[in-house]
Design a protein around this ligand. Sequence first.
Ligand code: SF4
Length: 565
Amino acid sequence: MFLRGFVLFRPKRTQKTIFDHDICLPAARIEALEKTWAGPFRRLVLPMIDEESFRPFYCEDNGRPNKPVAILVGVCILKEMNNLTDLEVLGALDFDLRWQHAFNINAFESHVCQKTLHNFRTLITANEQARNLFTGITDAIIETAALSTEKQRLDSTQITSNMAHLSRLGLFTRTIEAFLKRLHKKHPKWYEKLPRLYDKAYLKRAGYFADVTSSRAKRRLDKSARHLADLVDRFRGHPEISRMKEYRLMARLLSEQCRFIEGDPGKTELKKPKEIPADSLQNPSDPDATYGRKGKGYKASLTETCVKENPFQVITDVDVAPSYANDQKDVMPVIERLEETGHKPAELFGDAGYGSGENILQAHEREVELTAPVTCGKAPDLNKMQLSDFETSEGCTQVVSCIRGHAPLECKIVERGKVVEAVFSREHCLLCEFLPICPVTRIRGGDYRLKYKRKDMVSSKRRVQQETHDFKERYKIRSGIEATISEADRVTGFKRSWTRGKKRVTLSVFMKALAINIKRFVQSRLDQAKKTFSNSLEGDNNDHFCRLCSLRLDDGNLSSAAMAA
Ligand code: SF4
């Protein structure tokens, strides 16, 4: 989406006017405002917003001037930071002095139309600018606060978009209902040609079609499936109706949930629940939402720093994926993205969902130590010797010695570096009491060969390592990410997005993560200022400052009801 030809790009003004708060308000009021979150936000966060990166989306010499990008980005962030509706956030900008001070605007510039905010969000999602915004501001915070990114931890959580969780019958009903409504509106003549039962059962029925006792639900489900197949069949090939989004959703639902009965081409039957794919339609109002182990919706992954010396920790990477996506596949993309932004950690902590021999090896090749327990794969046979009983070189590319201390006669890497073969002398092995339980096999010539996949050796060694006190102590720091997810949910409503569709949900997740980073940064600056202030007072009462140090915005916000009035 581009606003070229309609809106002229204009960065936020830096020139002062006589209406600015700095000039109009008493000095004491300005000083008080500086001691709230608005002070550090204006001085430190606002300049971090890169307006110039949005210039290509606007016109250089035509159209009305835009609302400054810095204000719109800031509004998007503060909306998530306080979990507010558009109406509440725009009301706060209009009437709250702290918001106006934070954006360095006067009362004449504080009004932003809801449509402008909506269009700006569409511009960000259409041009995939959410990650750039997040990275740009996070980089600036890391640099300003001199944070270390040497150690990081990652975890994922299930998030839901603003959609209802439907039963299977509810899903059929809603999808058919949405199609019939659209057909009635756009093609009333075709709607009139449909049998009246559709009208009665879906659009003019009393109560909710899917609200039945469990004994009758199966019958209604069969009936809905027949209706769905009939409607898809009726309009298949229609030049306009078959292109409607609602029709395509019906066709998708039919292919995912039903199958044609063999030998009876016109008839369909419902698939068994386990035959339905995880990426199947969950709700027609959010076709991107999928089904995963933890529920319906999406999976959001967060990576944050975990260096004790940092004054606060910062989220360095965010990603949104289908809810069925496996954590195992997230490790390398996270490392690659962190490498691109220049924040690649030396050590990355993850839970067992991220731990596997392959991930540990691949991370090692990128000079990142992945500290995650391994629980996946086949359980080891404890009656036999384990691969970990062999001493290997770093990266498990060479066998140094076996449990008896014997070095192999030869050792080579095969299968493009994935497999290692080591040959042990028959003289040693034949005399060894461990031979019956040793994973070596006899080869031609009488010697014994150990053949292993490097990832299996790494897994085996990690299984031993993760039981040690040292590992457990080091690993404790990982659990802090759970607190971050909990904080994000408490503060920004992270787990329940206010919007729908993958692109829009992704934007809201990036803004929420950014809001957490900014909140921590601003809070850290306020704490520093409070400490300095307390020291300078040397025991005097500093209650006034403490009260203003609050990050909470609701004290000064108008209620949504008041704003609506
Ligand atoms: S059987 Fe051979 S390789 Fe295995 S422990 Fe004994 S000497 Fe070492």
